[in-house]
Write a protein that binds this ligand. Sequence first.
Ligand code: AMP
Ligand code: ZN
Length: 431
Amino acid sequence: MAFFDPAEGWDREEIERVQLTRLRNTVQQALKSPFYRKRLGSLGITPEAVTSLSSLRDIPFTTKGDLRGAYPYGLLCVPRDEIVRLHASSGTTGAAVAICHTRDDLNTWADLMARCMYMVGIRRSDVFQNIAGYGLFTGGLGIHAGAERLGCLTVPAGAGNTRRQIKLIQDLGVTALHIIPSYALYLGATLKSVGIDPRELSPRIALIGAEPHTEEARQRIEYLLGVKAYNSYGLSEMNGPGVAFECLAQNGMHIWEDAYIPEILDPKTLEPVPDGEIGELVMTTLTRRGMPLLRYRTSDLTRFLPGPCVCGRRHRRIDRILGRADDMLIIKGCNIYPMQIEQILLSFPEVGQNYRILLETEDGMDQMRVQVEIREEHFVEDVRVLRGLQERIARRLRDEILMTPRVELVQTNSLPKSEGKAVRVHDKRGQ
Ligand code: AMP
Ligand code: ZN
């Protein structure tokens, strides 16, 4: 099998040997920041104290709150002059979080990203369109750098302006693209409405990620765009894209364990959960110099997929992200993740490409309203047929989430859409 980087082919022993050396170096580097000097110093954590990978458990967690407190430069481990790029998390709530990179950090990141793209069959002969916002969001420049590192003809299309995106795809003979799943669904619906057959377009590969999405959404994207779609996971705190990526098997994402140590912990006890069980992903950087992070609590919920992957790589796989710990909705005593709702909605062929979840208070009680776009050809149907559909959706939702939301069927393109990460849940309780 062709690897972009020999590290992809390492066995477990080699991976863990390198991890231990790199963890020691990372602790040494981290101690150069006032933040970690204070936090680790008082616990006697030094590079020498890291005697095995299980020493990781002695290291305290780093949280988003820590990053906010240290904003913008408090976690730097190199002189500020060595920092050449700053990114920020797209989080819509709370204060900003800044991540700073040295030139070497950017190089390593581009290599990781190129490795992901090569793994799914992208080569220098490809024309790659990056349909993602260029700015503080890492999906723009991060993916861009990987594509250029591979030697692709790279088109920094940015987000939005759907007609122009389609024209670029057609004019340039684009063969691979990167796009956020909710926007991919919208682009796919637009192709259909302007009468373009995706099978006549040149793209064969799409990288989709940056937001939670279900297997149902992936299959729709593959159908609507006529591509193979591969899940791409990352977060600004760990660079951005290039952290974990699906291989050709499309069965879980390999976390690059030569660059990160992943742990999956019970969010309450903070003890490791057994492989196959869901918990919070906690990550340690192993190659970053400008701003290394130790045991960063991502809030993302996933599980390690047990057993080796058919592709031969021994870097462990995580399942698609179920959501963030703070995404969980509690309504009428039921714990609900938005992805459970998406999974049901998109399994109905009549359902279009957009939906939203509204939480409201009515007479002092929490209510959930699910607005869902219905495909044009179905919306014109008899009222009785639509009512029947509405009831079937409500019933399936009730079976899944154990409460009955109010379901509203709306026309295609009537719900607000976003060019970046979709905002699916609107909590109007207490307003
Ligand atoms: P940001 O750093 O602002 O780009 O946001 C990173 C967050 O986006 C992660 O912590 C995840 O919650 C989410 N995310 C990124 N990639 C994926 C993916 N492939 N599937 C699900 N969620 C994702
Ligand atoms: Zn694999």
